[in-house]
Design a protein around this ligand. Structure first.
Ligand SMILES: *Cc1c(COP(=O)(O)O)cnc(C)c1O
Length: 401
């Protein structure tokens, strides 16, 4: 075991150092070399340390250097040193995080991490929470709680009776909703095309006065941090209107919710805590390894009702049982890296991290604009949307977004 782990540490450390100056996307040759991993499966096994070495020699050069500081595509984080270290140790522990009786440490750390997350994201302390794979599954999990709650109001138990014959749920989504919300709706039987779109402005924010009619059986999906512009819907005002009629407000805050963690940006998230459920990511702005996302639901009973299961061999317990809040049963203890990241950053370190990246985004926008690019969004957060208009000396016109 030692030999293979030491080898892995050496390779990982060499890899992380190489991120400073290697290409960001692999070369054609490095991609072609991947063929060395395509051998037919052998009858006889091979030496574990040599396998790690092969992965490093052939695999490492064919990665995208998104863990480094020179990668600017999509919304992709790296890993804090402590988060990677905690991930390795948790891998060695190999805990099944589904119940406290299978891993007391995983259940305990997850509960603490949940409290810390609600604290830094400035959400109500009593929310129920689930540690899932990312914001897509977080929306899926939260929207399952919405489905439960809205149908329970009409006396319909969706977990037992399914959706056939159930009363209707009206779903309103921002016209700029992230595709993951539509995917979650489709997986929940709520349909990705039977939604009503809420009109948005040029930054992709829902226009409050153009909101479609809301009823007690309406779910409205809002965004804290539009993926293209970083803009926030007027969530506080939407909550006031929705709650007047008993509708439910869900927030996709995959990265934007983290604005709440720093006083200088917290104004962007004003009113967000008034919503009923939220989805966000750990693997983006918190910089923990994939895969890591969180669902929060104001009323933990609704989340529990949608996710709970029981079996004769589950030890009875009064503790918070992780699997009673998630779609999965057996899973890795992803709360450990979250706990370690927050413990290592502290409130101040997290605020600095969020602010620093937004400062870089503003500098990026100014620098690009000075050299002739057009910035298409108001840079309010960490997103910079760029269009190259200028003609090159060679005469070609290229666009990038
Ligand atoms: C990234 C992102 C998602 C999806 O998150 P995953 O972690 O990829 O599942 C959803 N909404 C927004 C706004 C995002 O940026």
């Amino acid at each position: 075991m030692d030999k293979v782990l030491v080898k892995a540490v050496q390779c990982a450390s060499e890899y992380l150092t190489s991120l400073q100056d290697r290409r960001v996307f692999p070369s054609d040759k490095e991609l072609a070399n991947l063929a060395a991993l395509d051998d037919a499966l052998a009858d006889q096994g091979a030496d574990p340390a040599e396998i790690i070495d092969l992965l490093h020699r052939v695999g490492s050069p064919a990665t995208v250097a998104s863990a480094g500081g020179r990668y600017f595509g999509y919304v992709i984080g790296g890993s804090l040193p402590v988060a990677l270290g905690a991930n390795w140790l948790a891998g060695a522990w190999d805990q099944n995080a589904f119940m406290a009786s299978a891993s007391p440490v995983a259940a305990r750390i997850e509960e603490t991490a949940l409290h810390w997350l609600l604290d830094v994201l400035r959400l109500p302390a009593g929310c129920g929470g689930a540690f899932v794979t990312g914001a897509t599954m977080a929306s899926f999990t939260a929207l399952a709680a919405v489905r439960h709650a809205l149908l329970a109001k009409s006396g319909w138990n969706v977990e037992e009776n399914g959706l056939f014959g159930a009363p209707e749920i009206n779903v309103v989504v921002s016209e700029e909703t992230h595709t993951s919300v539509l995917k979650a709706l489709s997986m929940l039987g709520l349909g990705s095309r039977r939604v009503v779109g809420a009109l948005v402005d040029t930054q992709g924010r829902i226009v409050l006065n153009e909101l479609p009619p809301l009823t007690p059986s309406t779910l409205i999906c809002t965004q804290a941090g539009n993926v293209n512009t970083g803009a926030f819907d007027p969530i506080g005002d939407i909550c006031v209107r929705a709650h007047q009629v008993g509708a439910w407000v869900h927030v996709d805050g995959a990265f934007g919710l983290w604005g709440a963690a720093t006083p200088t940006l917290a104004h962007l998230t004003d009113g967000v805590a008034e919503a009923d459920s939220w989805a966000t990511d750990g693997h983006k702005w918190l910089n923990v390894p994939y895969d890591s996302g969180f669902a929060f639901v104001r009323d933990p009973v609704q989340l529990h009702s949608a996710m709970a299961s029981s079996a004769a061999y589950y030890a009875p317990s009064t503790a918070r049982e992780p699997s009673q809040f998630t779609p999965e049963s057996s899973r890795r203890a992803r709360g450990i890296e979250v706990w370690a990241a927050l413990r290592s950053l502290g409130r101040q370190g997290l605020a600095d991290l969020i602010e620093r990246t937004c400062r870089h985004a503003r500098r990026f926008a100014v620098g690009l604009e000075d050299t002739g690019f057009s910035i298409l969004n108001d840079v309010v957060l960490n997103q910079v949307l760029v269009w190259e208009r200028r003609a090159h000396k060679t005469g070609d016109r290229r666009r990038s977004g």
